[in-house]
Design a protein around this ligand. Structure first.
Ligand code: SAM
Ligand code: SF4
Ligand code: SF4
Length: 374
């Protein structure tokens, strides 16, 4: 047994608590289906490719924490593209059909299109291509959209928290202009990345006045705006329940301006609840991670920049897959260890959030969103 615990908890040096997954004595080839203790299959892998970002969104990387003295991971700590690809293949053998690249800002990772090309070649056990996507702040999208598309990326999600320039500049806190994000979106559309989704994190009192203007701007464009409740991820964003605007209120406000009707989910486990404009001008989504937990269907696993696996966005402890990837282990051994990690999964934090004792216990040790990605 090779279990080791690194008892370092400091947010600044990023080495959150982790343990090395155990390789079971009896090895079993992946069957394409592995379920956790709550019967949830493993379908969705999010890979963080960098912990760095050129924005300082107030709800994610507040300037007072992520300042000039903040130590980001050195390059040697990052998983290489070859390591990421090997891990991805093992996850796909276990039933993962969807991979999302994230960060930090994924387009800051050098040669990201090379990684996209490597991942786009992976097929599911049934011989289908993966649903491969990427979440970006779009600051580099105008430059990168075509090489990404050529490398095999099919779609993209863009984060944009306001259509009003002053509000957006305040939220990204680096004075980045809305027009430049829109430029990136336009290029992505022009090269055929589709569907494009735009994510807006709604913070009551900060940008909630932008809900209807955002809906109005993107109505009829083919772009789906998804309104995300501000979440208590990490330990640095000073989250308070009072700053969460429930999705029901988002829907009410948009419906008042542009009548909506509910649409059925595309698939079980879809995080966004879908609504469409009655006049046929497209659809929106709301992601109610706080007011309407969807842990029951959660089939997501996250791989951090330095190769730790997290079973929940609100986890306090990871599983050090990199230790196995850099060791003398076969694919079968590592795949068997991954299956054990997933089978033991019990996480359902969003269903427990209302319990103050659970919130208190995790308050200072939850992983940061910029470290693990959305
Ligand atoms: N930098 C890229 C971007 O912003 O799209 C990818 C990484 S970012 C961490 C992924 C997503 O997480 C973004 O859509 C961002 O708005 C969202 N996010 C970050 N912190 C959040 C929070 N506290 N609550 C809700 N969503 C959050
Ligand atoms: Fe950067 Fe994305 Fe976090 Fe904003 S939400 S600070 S763009 S990682
Ligand atoms: Fe999944 Fe954790 Fe979010 Fe629940 S709280 S939906 S288990 S990531």
């Amino acid at each position: 047994m090779t279990e080791s615990v690194i008892p370092i908890f400091d947010l600044r040096d990023h080495r959150y608590r982790s343990m090395t997954p155990v390789i079971p004595r009896v090895l079993a080839a992946p069957s394409g289906l592995v379920a956790d203790t709550r019967g949830r299959p493993l379908h969705d892998l999010r890979i963080s490719v960098t912990d760095r970002c050129n924005f300082r969104c107030v709800y994610c990387m507040p300037k007072e924490v992520f300042d000039k003295d903040y130590t980001f991971l050195p390059h040697s700590e990052l998983l290489s593209f070859e390591e990421i690809e090997r891990a991805a293949r093992l996850f796909v053998a276990h039933g993962v059909e969807k991979i999302r690249l994230t960060g930090g800002e994924p387009l800051l990772r050098k040669n990201i299109e090379k990684l996209v090309e490597m991942l786009a070649r992976i097929e599911t056990p049934a011989g289908k291509p993966l649903d491969l996507t990427l979440t970006t702040n779009a600051s580099l999208l105008a430059r990168k959209a075509r090489p990404l598309r050529d490398a095999g990326l099919t779609r993209v999600s863009v984060s944009l928290d306001a259509i009003d320039d002053a509000t957006f500049r305040r939220m990204n806190d680096v004075d980045f202009a809305v027009a430049d994000v829109l430029d990136g979106i336009e290029t992505a559309q022009a090269v055929g990345l589709a569907p494009i989704k735009v994510n807006m994190v709604v913070k009551r009192g900060t940008n909630d006045a932008q809900i209807v203007p955002m809906a109005a701007h993107f109505r009829g464009s083919g772009i789906i705006v998804r309104f995300i409740e501000f979440m208590d991820v990490g330990a640095s964003n000073h989250w308070q329940m009072g700053e969460v605007l429930p999705s029901a209120e988002v829907v009410r406000r948009i419906h008042e301006a542009f009548p909506l009707e509910a649409v059925a989910a595309n698939y079980s486990g879809e995080t966004a609840e879908r609504w469409r404009y009655r006049d046929g001008a497209g659809e929106i989504g709301v992601i109610s991670s706080v007011t309407h937990a969807f842990c029951g269907d959660c089939s997501r696993i996250r791989l951090s920049t330095e190769g730790k696996l997290y079973l929940c966005l609100f986890a306090t402890e990871g599983h050090d897959l990199r230790a196995l990837l850099r060791g003398p282990h076969s694919d079968l051994e590592i795949a068997s260890a991954i299956a054990e990690v997933w089978r033991a999964r019990t996480d359902h934090y969003s269903e427990q959030r209302s319990d103050p004792a659970v919130r208190r216990a995790r308050a200072d040790s939850k992983i940061e969103m910029s470290y693990i990605g959305g």
